[in-house]
Design a protein around this ligand. Structure first.
Ligand code: NAD
Length: 272
């Protein structure tokens, strides 16, 4: 009898090159560190290069030479071409692309009726077009080589509508919050892109999947955490580290027969 292939049963990213966008953010930092611990070399792409450098230095102290910070704007095709060239020259070809960056616009919490087109376009440009550009630049090279794994970060609000009652009295960093329509729209669009490219590149050995985080606790006020948690079967918000398992699974060969899928890590919020 043949022993189970350890490449299919154990997450091992030794020697893999990962390109992670939004690497300096709340989840990006957790993703970068957990990937480093599994042996990957991670290019932490973020438009906030100072923050990326600081965080990379901290992770590199724990896992030497694992993180390379890189300043870039994912909405720029030129920046994507530069990212590709820099990474290929310094580290080699990208094995895993994680499209994780997302943004808020200056008037992100404006009601739908008065939400400006300028803000709409800005958010769509980062959350949706930026992901497309990453797939086009890095994914196409993966398809030419015949292997690769792409993970797009979605949101529960690309799958279900936000319950507006949750936002009454809710605050984050001292201001009232909600989830605008543009956020749901931008994430739902990336789910469409994920399935499209999974089919498009299936015969090229490139897997394209998504991960859908539920609300991650990062200092929201008690009104929000209580109201949000009441909607979650597991009764609480997520800890950022709880997203890492699904991401590592989709990144590695333990998910080698999975493409076009979405792992929803939401404590059950979308089941009812
Ligand atoms: N935190 C949550 O509760 C939550 C819930 C559901 C989904 N998500 C999704 O998970 C992902 C990560 O979320 P997060 O909470 O870590 O966000 P975050 O705001 O903490 O981090 C996003 C990072 O992306 C970077 N970024 C923004 N625009 C960029 C651009 N044009 N080019 C390069 N970098 C850019 C920012 O500088 C920031 O470091 C996002 O896609 C988000 O929509 C988060």
């Amino acid at each position: 009898m043949k022993k189970p292939d350890p490449a299919k049963t154990q997450i091992d990213l030794n020697g893999k090159v990962v390109l992670l966008t939004g690497g300096a953010g709340i989840l990006g930092t957790r993703f970068a560190w957990s990937l480093a611990e599994k042996g990957a070399r991670v290019v932490m792409v973020d438009r906030d290069i100072d923050k990326a450098r600081t965080l990379a230095a901290e992770i590199n102290q724990d896992v030497p030479d694992s993180i390379v910070p890189l300043g870039a704007d994912i909405t720029s095709p030129k920046d994507w071409a530069d990212i590709k060239q820099t990474v290929e020259t310094d580290l080699g070809e990208v094995d895993i692309l994680i499209n994780n960056a997302a943004t808020k616009s200056p008037n992100f919490f404006e009601p739908f009726k008065t939400f400006s087109l300028e803000d709409w376009n800005l958010v769509m440009n980062v959350n949706t077009t930026g992901v497309m550009l990453g797939c086009q630049t890095i994914g196409s090279a993966m398809a030419e080589r015949g292997r690769g794994s792409i993970i797009n970060t979605l949101s529960i609000y690309g799958i279900v509508a936000p319950d507006q009652r949750v936002y009454e009295g809710s605050e984050y960093e001292g201001r009232a919050i909600n989830t605008p329509a543009v956020y749901s729209t931008s994430k739902a669009a990336v789910w469409g892109l994920t399935r499209y490219l999974a089919a498009y590149w299936g015969d090229k050995g490139v897997r394209v999947n998504a991960i859908t985080p539920g609300g991650v606790y990062s200092g929201q006020n008690k009104t929000f955490t209580d109201r949000y948690s009441a909607r979650v079967p597991l009764g609480r918000m997520a800890d950022g580290d709880e997203l890492c398992g699904a991401m590592l699974f989709l990144a590695s060969d333990t998910s080698s027969y999975i493409t076009g899928q979405n792992i929803v890590v939401d404590g059950g919020l979308t089941v009812w």
